[in-house]
Design a protein. Structure first.
Lengths: 232, 322
């Protein structure tokens, strides 16, 4: 059914003062948002200062993506998938025992949905903070041992175990050209253990007082599946 | 400033700027596109919040995977930044209380989707989504900043005037907005358009760093991720031109979008390319909700004739850049 025609649009019935105030608010908003967005990937010291200045507004409303990986991948090792794996033991010490169960996070959820991706994000955060040979007292070590402790504690509670060995395992990507594969990396199975690099191993256990304890094990270096340029 | 220029006088540069600025921001716009945005955003918020249901206590409960102290430790960074992250989930001290907050959050998002007390439900949904985002930023993904942005603008938008319970129930205008073309609709649509275009620019620009997108290897690198890819497309290794072309299409579309989406001539092409590239990224990234959301939010760029389903002269109103 056709409705009666209405008069053509008139200029907005806004006073000059209202337009001025709205314009000022819009400009301030766009400056804050623009600064946060342009500094998403990398931040100079100036941008860092500005983003901190606007943080009560942009961070509070999550208008600052704050290094959200919209590039998806750059082909860096840190862009590879990682998972958290926990070997659960009935008791400590674990040297003479077989694990009661091994849990790999994500252990649930569809590959197409958000819920599974969150586990991968957590593992990626551990991977990002887990370069080898770091000072045991630095911030990165504190982050990864804290995450390992929390993940271990949760899984110990879920599975009624007493000791967990929590690992963050990065899976190196297979190169497109299989001729570039290093020896020892099966071409037919990109999920083979050879592709996995353990970037963190930590023991998590519950002591006599019921407190959760964590101890990081030493890291080891790994061979990459892709041959260096000069070796091809 | 407000005086009309003499016809014989050429407007000055500043006057031209002022007119262009006012025309861009303050020309009344049809609020119906905002109803479409409301449904898309509300539905996405609903799915986003719902996706926590199975793991709610596991993530946020007592002895959860990411306790609040750990989340704050990671968010603060080594420089111990001041955080402005507040979460309703922090008020919950038990799994039962956690579920109360969760169910209330889902209810708020459902109310927004169906357009019940639209302005209020938009504010509540924003607060709820931000509560999940701020509770554990470390498990956040690509979706959250875009979703938060749209929810924020919907708080000010007259988005409950069409396809809503508010309209059926005859709710007052302060709760759902006026159904006449207005400045509020224009400003909200413009902000959504600009912000979305800026996000595309960020996505495109961040791909320029490193070699993967330049060399056309990026799609292969995503295909090769065995944990995150939903489909095994490694058979495409025999099709290097396809993989490279695919990577270039994604990167160039995201780079060109912020510039070309404003022109009536190139807008349909950019929207079609954006839709194609987002669909193509779903099977290699598993970012289903994010990719579909990016496609659906393109409605903010749709021209005015798309919304002419009532037949009134008002329907010819500008829809932002329409």
């Amino acid at each position: 059914m056709k409705t009666p025609p209405e008069p053509a649009l008139q200029p907005a019935p806004l006073s000059e003062l209202a337009k001025g105030l709205l314009s000022l608010a819009l400009i301030l908003h766009l400056i804050c948002v623009g600064t946060a967005l342009v500094s998403n990937f990398r931040r100079s010291s100036v941008l860092e200062k500005l983003v901190s200045l606007y943080a009560p507004y942009t961070q509070l409303l999550n208008l600052d993506p704050d290094r959200t990986p919209y590039h998806l991948t750059h082909g860096d090792p840190l862009d590879d998938d990682a998972v958290l794996v926990a070997d659960l033991y009935a008791d400590s010490p674990v040297a003479q025992q077989q694990p009661v169960k091994t849990v790999t996070l994500p252990d649930r959820g569809s590959r197409w949905l958000e819920s599974r991706r969150r586990y991968l994000s957590l593992a990626r955060a551990v991977q990002t903070h887990a370069p080898a040979d770091r000072d045991p007292d630095d911030y990165e070590t504190l982050v990864i041992t804290t995450v390992a402790r929390d993940v271990g504690r949760r899984l110990l509670d879920e599975h009624k175990a007493r000791h967990a060995v929590v690992r963050c395992v990065r899976r190196m990507s297979q190169p497109r050209l299989l001729a570039d594969l290093n020896p020892g990396f099966p071409a037919s199975d990109p999920r083979a253990p050879a592709y996995d690099v353990t970037v963190l191993t930590a023991d998590v256990w519950i002591d006599e007082d019921g407190q959760t304890q964590v101890a990081r094990r030493a890291a080891r270096s790994e061979l990459a599946p892709l041959r260096p340029e000069g070796a091809r | 400033m407000s005086a009309m220029p003499n016809k014989l006088d050429e407007p000055t540069w500043s006057q031209q700027w002022q007119r262009a600025w006012e025309s861009f921001w303050f020309t009344p716009a049809d609020p119906r596109p905002l109803a479409a945005v409301r449904i898309v955003v509300g539905l996405t918020a609903l799915i986003y919040l719902w996706s926590f249901s199975y793991d709610l206590a596991r993530w946020f409960g007592p002895h959860g995977l990411v306790p609040e102290d750990t989340a704050r430790l990671i968010a603060r960074g080594p420089d111990e930044r001041t955080l402005y992250r507040y979460s309703l989930l922090s008020l919950a001290r038990s799994p039962a209380e956690l579920w109360v907050v969760h169910v209330a959050s889902i209810a708020a998002a459902a109310a927004l989707t169906i357009g019940l007390a639209t302005r209020l439900s938009a504010v509540l949904t924003l607060a709820c989504v931000l509560s999940y985002v701020h509770r554990a930023p470390v498990i956040g993904g690509l979706l959250e900043p875009v979703l938060s942005m749209f929810l924020f603008y919907l708080c000010f938008a007259p988005a409950g005037t069409s396809c809503s319970l508010d309209k059926l129930l005859g709710m007052p205008a302060w709760l759902c907005g006026s159904d006449r073309p207005g400045v509020a609709a224009a400003i909200c649509l413009r902000l959504m358009q600009i912000h979305l275009a800026a996000l595309y620019a960020v996505m495109g620009a961040s791909k320029l760093y490193g070699n993967a997108w330049w060399d056309g290897d990026a799609i292969w690198l995503l295909v090769a991720q065995t944990h995150s890819r939903p489909l095994d497309l490694t058979g495409l290794r025999e099709w290097p031109y396809l993989l490279s072309g695919w990577a270039h299409l994604v990167a160039y579309t995201q780079l060109a979008f912020p510039a070309l989406v404003w022109s009536r001539l190139t807008r349909p092409i950019m929207l079609a390319l954006a839709t194609l590239t987002w669909l193509s990224l779903i099977p290699v990234t598993g970012q289903t909700l994010f990719c579909l959301f990016m496609i659906a939010t393109s409605v903010v760029y749709l021209p005015g004739w798309v919304w002419r389903w009532g037949g009134s002269a008002r329907d010819a109103a500008l829809i932002g850049g329409g």
